[in-house]
Write a protein that binds this ligand. Structure first.
Ligand SMILES: *[C@@H]1O[C@H](CO)[C@@H](O)[C@H](O)[C@H]1NC(C)=O
Ligand SMILES: *[C@@H]1O[C@H](CO)[C@@H](O)[C@H](O)[C@H]1NC(C)=O
Length: 606
């Protein structure tokens, strides 16, 4: 189904490059290993010896052909999950992996199929992709009268999946369906602010939701609508994205130091609370500030400035170190006009584990140590007249090389995300933990520790960034409640097959080239195979603390769209999705970076 699109050709070309380049000898060795492997391992997914319990061992370097094998294991995992879905759930939304039944929570139009399209193209699964296309052709996005579709989920999963697969394959029907779906959702924008409502019935056009919107749900559409405008040439889709960008940029953020809070009034386009987070209900809105800038070939400076404000506030006020193990974490907080730090909850969410990857992507792609080259005056971004108490954070961060600082924060946070996996007997991380704070202070701000480290000569690795050794609980430890030995208590025990930690490990591997991140990714994949696999697919875990695992009857579509895709991209030798040419939406659907033409700029009024 690939046509002669330059992007498809790019992917094809990469795929056919030899995996191993140093010498002809190397190629021959690799080829023999590869052939031998494939002739002796017809069922390689069952031949692997996955460890039964998690005992920490430092990674052993392996050759590139082992990584080729590992990527292939992920491909087999994808096929196991997708074939289970095709056989037992299609055309419904999601497979129930324990009972072999299905569920419909995302419109009932087959969300797993739409969410998997570009993964199939990247993994070169032509048969599955070709079987999926007729379902895309038939999709009319109809819904019974008393029901509604969640706008945000529909955009990131369906629209994102269609647009990404279109960018890779140039298959016209994918774009047509995306355009049709956006049409059917369009009533959500009938608000005075131009921020979307929560839900809509695509058949009747009836909208649902209250006057107060949630940040992530109202401000994670810019990439999809920009991409749709570029591909269809329709100004109205660009207008939808741009209205949201401009409304965010002109909101009054005095009380939150320039960072976007969670709740917003959809009538006035102004904040409705002062709660700050990079986790649930906020995450992808912060993500899209950077990614919108990257997608548009670095022209949307408004979004970039908002990204710099958000990350400056987070680094100065929401990053903490745990008291004993010095685990770096990001938490949420209610701020106030007089207190930038506010009241931190010290809860650390799995959802926040995308943030280290985002920081690393920013450090990799932006001239953070030379913002002047973009015409940005860093300190002026935090002008106290517009952003209340923000000034102090900008003065503090200006003392550092900002690129280095963002990357340190990324590495320290990713370290913690990984540690919460490696600390568990299953090797999988819990959905939410609460960090211990000392009796004498309400937590240790990372930047305070950084300032002390700097004042004492900045020797060695900065606080919170150093490698740590996991502390795996025994059953007895758990029952005796030796919980806080590890510096945190588990608040939500489940592992919901989520991608965020893996996403950050993937980005750190690509950006730093340090193979420890890739090895950690492999350990997590082994744990997924060992503890979540069922005869039908893969199942969320009820608790990460018990082996053998207790499973729930759920296999979210993001497991195929994100978790398995990032794992595959981490192990495969070629850089299939170069980070300077593609940008992932928040559901891991890659969109190609593009520049507006002069004609588009004029017509769209950019
Ligand atoms: C993509 O497909 C369209 C319509 O089928 C065609 O006109 C166009 O030339 C194709 N573009 C590329 C780059 O292959
Ligand atoms: C939203 O703002 C409008 C206009 O100021 C106000 O009348 C309304 O009460 C606000 N909504 C809520 C739920 O606070």
């Amino acid at each position: 189904m690939y046509r002669n699109h330059p992007l498809a050709a790019h992917i094809r070309q990469l795929r056919h490059k030899p995996y191993f380049r140093p010498s002809l000898y190397g190629c021959i060795v690799l080829l023999s290993v590869y052939v031998l492997y494939h002739t002796t391992h017809p069922q390689s997914s069952s031949s692997i010896d996955f460890p039964t319990s998690n005992v920490y061992q430092p990674p052993v370097e392996v050759s590139e052909e082992v990584w080729v094998e590992r990527a292939n294991h992920v491909k087999l995992a994808f096929l196991h999950a997708y074939h289970g879905y095709e056989r037992y759930a299609l055309p419904h939304d999601e497979l129930k992996p324990l009972s072999g039944r299905y569920q419909d929570d995302f419109g009932g139009w087959g969300v797993t199929l739409f969410d998997s399209l570009d993964t199939m193209l990247l993994l070169d699964l032509k048969k599955e992709y070709e079987r999926a296309i007729p379902y895309v052709e038939k999709a009319v996005f109809a819904m019974p009268e008393d029901d509604h579709a969640r706008y945000f989920e529909t955009v990131i999963r369906y629209l994102g999946g269609l647009l990404s697969a279109y960018a890779i394959s140039n298959e016209t029907v994918l774009l047509e369906r995306a355009d049709r779906l956006a049409d059917k959702l369009d009533n959500v924008f009938n608000t005075p602010s131009g921020f979307p409502m929560f839900g809509v019935n695509p058949s009747s056009g009836a909208v649902s939701g209250i006057e107060i919107g949630v940040l992530a749900e109202m401000a994670s559409l810019q990439m999809e609508y920009t991409m749709l405008a570029k591909a269809t040439g329709k100004k109205r889709w660009w207008d939808r994205a741009n209205t949201v960008i401009q409304a965010l940029a002109s909101a009054n953020l005095k009380y939150t130091g320039g960072m976007l809070p969670i709740k917003w009034n959809l009538t006035t386009a102004q904040p409705h609370d002062v709660h700050l987070s990079v986790g649930a209900q906020a995450d992808s809105a912060h993500e899209y500030l950077l990614k919108q800038f990257l997608l548009t070939a670095r022209t949307d400076k408004t979004s970039l400035e908002m990204y710099l404000r958000a990350t400056t506030h987070v680094i100065a006020n929401l990053l903490y170190l745990s008291p004993t193990r010095h685990m770096l974490y990001v938490t949420d907080s209610d701020t106030s006009p007089f207190d930038a730090r506010g009241k931190p909850s010290h809860v650390f969410e799995h959802l926040s584990c995308f943030f280290p990857g985002l920081l690393a992507l920013g450090a990799h792609t932006l001239p953070l140590d030379d913002l002047k080259s973009l015409g940005i005056n860093f300190e002026a971004l935090g002008s106290e007249s517009s952003f209340g108490h923000a000034g102090k954070a900008y003065r503090q961060l200006s003392q550092y090389n900002l690129k280095e600082l963002h990357l340190w924060a990324a590495e320290g946070l990713a370290q913690t995300c990984w540690l919460t996996y490696a600390d568990e007997p299953t090797g999988l991380g819990p959905d939410e933990i609460e960090m211990k704070t000392s009796k004498f202070s309400d937590g240790f701000l990372w930047m305070d520790a950084m300032d002390r480290w700097k004042a004492s000569g900045a020797r060695g690795i900065p606080p919170g960034v150093e490698d740590k050794v996991p502390d795996v609980y025994t059953e007895e430890d758990r029952i005796r409640g030796n919980g806080l030995r590890r510096d945190y208590a588990i608040k939500r025990k489940g592992y919901l097959l989520r991608p965020e930690t893996i996403e950050s490990l993937y980005l750190l591997w690509r950006i730093t080239g340090d193979s420890k991140w890739r090895h950690r990714g492999w350990k997590i994949f082994e744990a997924i195979e060992r503890h979540t696999k069922t005869p039908y697919g893969y199942a969320s875990l009820r608790t990460v603390e018990i082996v053998p695992s207790l499973k729930d009857d759920e296999m979210p579509s993001y497991f195929l769209a994100e978790t398995l895709k990032y794992l595959y991209l981490m192990f495969v030798s070629e850089d299939l999705v170069p980070l300077d040419k593609w940008v992932f939406n928040t559901e891991a659907h890659p969109f190609p970076v593009f520049a507006w033409t002069e004609e588009e700029k004029e017509r769209f009024n950019i």
